[in-house]
Design a protein around this ligand. Structure first.
Ligand code: EPU
Length: 336
């Protein structure tokens, strides 16, 4: 394995922020990954696991080793009458994997189409969109436990998933995901209740949708609403939708009748996009850092913004939302 020195990370993060790292290693097989990580740990070297670089913001140079995971492989490990179990290496591109499964007719991932990133990072923040989350189809995760120096298998339950959260996110330095096993349906049941999907299927004049048409609908919605990171630097939603106590809702509704909320178990989820828009930030731009004009939850780099400029913008938005609504926005993206 080659270890490169002083590499620019501009093309390795979807924000397109231009920072350098001290060392850079790309790993292609699980056999070389495990001993390499163990040796870095033994030598007490700082390192960062990089998947697609689609959920992080570099605010400064990284003074350690970037380990880029490029392990590949998709393998069927079991099949029943109803389901298929597929183990996928962490470095596989997420959307290529989704497209592959949809093409085969295996259901469960179609709503999660076109999300940037790699398979190995999907469980970390329990990626979700259009009424689906990765936890709904995840069977188990294989990971390295760096503290105990053992290889561990996590069942779905042991991943402790919740909205944009998991054990891997809460203990981000402890585990490195090596592969993920999904349980997909051979008799797909569509999950097209989400308003945008219904509308899109209607506009496409599809009467009896299948998982291919749901994927198509999701790709069309996302391409329309969300900026393509290849063209405009971004990391998807920069903030989480705040989850608040149900008791708070009546007084919020009284003060702000237009507030957008969704039931979430015993709680209620508020649309952060609405809160940010109400504070006047939608479409804002200062230099090359901005708030996307179609989806204010997404912060963008129009070219040469620094990570610090984007973070400063995020903090100004947070402060305004706090002041106007008394609600704390939580940053979803990993800040480095
Ligand atoms: N809204 C506004 N103004 C806007 C846009 C939206 O007020 O400019 C309000 C609307 O009322 C809308 C509501 O916000 O109904 C929700 O908007 P949307 O359906 O676009 O979804 P979101 O809650 O803003 C979440 C995910 C997205 C995911 C979409 C679709 C989070 C943090 N984000 O956004 O995920 O694509 O739902 O399911 O949960 C990502 O994580 O990177 C991401 C893009």
């Amino acid at each position: 394995m080659q270890i490169l020195k002083n590499i620019s990370l501009k093309s390795y993060n979807t924000f397109g922020v231009d920072v350098n790292c001290r060392f850079f290693a790309e790993v292609f097989t699980e056999e070389e990954l495990l001993p390499f990580l163990q040796s870095l740990d033994r030598e007490k070297k700082t390192f960062l696991i990089l998947g697609g670089g689609s959920n992080l913001l570099f605010t400064k140079d990284f003074e350690g080793t970037i380990v880029k995971i490029s392990t590949k492989g998709i393998e069927i490990i079991a099949e029943t009458e109803d389901d298929i179990y597929i183990r996928v290496q962490a470095g596989e591109n997420w959307d290529e994997f989704v497209a592959y499964c949809v093409e085969k007719g295996w259901g469960g991932l179609e709503n999660l189409s076109l999300i940037p990133g790699k398979v190995g990072t999907a469980p970390v923040q329990n990626i979700g969109a259009y009424g689906a989350e990765v936890k709904d189809v995840l069977f188990e995760v294989s990971a390295l436990d760096r503290i105990n120096q053992i290889h561990r298998i996590f069942s779905n339950f042991e991943c402790e998933f919740s909205y944009r959260d998991s054990i891997f996110k809460r203990r981000e330095n402890q585990f490195v995901i090596l592969s993920v096993t999904f349980k997909l349906s051979l008799k797909p049941v569509l999950n097209a209740k989400y308003g945008d999907i219904m509308e899109e299927l209607t506009s496409l004049q599809i009467d009896s949708p299948d998982i291919r048409s749901v994927r198509e609908a999701v790709c069309r919605i996302r391409s329309r609403k969300l900026p393509d990171p290849v063209k405009i630097g971004n990391s998807g939603s920069f903030f989480k939708n705040p989850v608040v106590d149900l008791d708070l809702l009546p007084s919020l509704k009284e003060k702000f009748p237009g507030i957008v909320s969704f039931p979430y178990g015993k709680y209620v989820k508020l649309a952060a996009a609405w809160l940010i828009e109400q504070c006047g930030w939608k479409g804002y731009r200062a230099g090359d850092a901005g708030v996307h004009p179609n989806q204010p939850l997404v912060l963008v780099n129009y070219g040469c913004a620094t990570g610090q400029e984007i973070l400063d913008l995020a903090n100004s938005i947070k402060a305004d939302v706090q002041k106007k609504f008394g609600i704390t926005l939580e940053i979803e993206v990993n800040i480095l």
